[in-house]
Design a protein around this ligand. Structure first.
Ligand code: TYD
Length: 135
């Protein structure tokens, strides 16, 4: 899979003097059935998250609060995404290494996932990832 298959997804936003509301629906904004959600929060300054790829998992990453940077890597090319608008999500396809950094503003990162948690789906060794991705 290529980083070109990973895309920013614009979510609807309804905003008025009383605040804003965004949402994501399967089919229109989420190109998979959601089987799990999880979220990162209380992230200390300088923390780095991610540093893994998934064999099968698809994800939609939503910066609910604050901002952070995601670097995607398909084994050949890399792409950086500055995540900071709650109505701009990032779709990540399988077999993409991701590094997450520069969490600021009490960042909260919501992840919609296509599968239940499965440690066997993770690739946590970068050399192994490169071997599999370049095969
Ligand atoms: P991990 O995916 O490595 O977090 P990150 O990529 O953000 O650094 O997960 C951290 C820990 O949480 C790990 O021990 C597995 C556990 N975990 C679950 O039990 N269920 C889940 O849905 C997720 C995402 C993680």
């Amino acid at each position: 899979m290529a980083v070109n298959n990973c895309k920013l997804v614009s979510l609807p936003k309804f905003a008025d003097g009383m605040g804003a509301l965004s949402f994501a629906e399967c089919g229109s904004h989420v190109p998979f059935e959601i089987r799990r959600i999880y979220y990162l929060y209380d992230i200390p300054k300088g923390a780095k998250r991610g540093a893994h790829a998934h064999k099968c998992l698809q994800q939609l990453i939503i910066p609910i609060h604050g901002s952070f940077v995601i670097q995607l890597d398909d084994g050949f090319a890399r792409s950086n995404f500055s995540m900071g608008c709650p109505d701009k999500a990032l779709y990540v396809c399988p077999m993409i290494w991701r590094d997450m950094s520069d969490f600021i503003g009490d960042a909260v990162c919501l992840v919609l996932a296509s599968e239940l948690y499965d440690e066997d789906d993770y690739i946590r060794n970068y050399d192994e990832f490169l071997r599999l991705a370049r095969d």
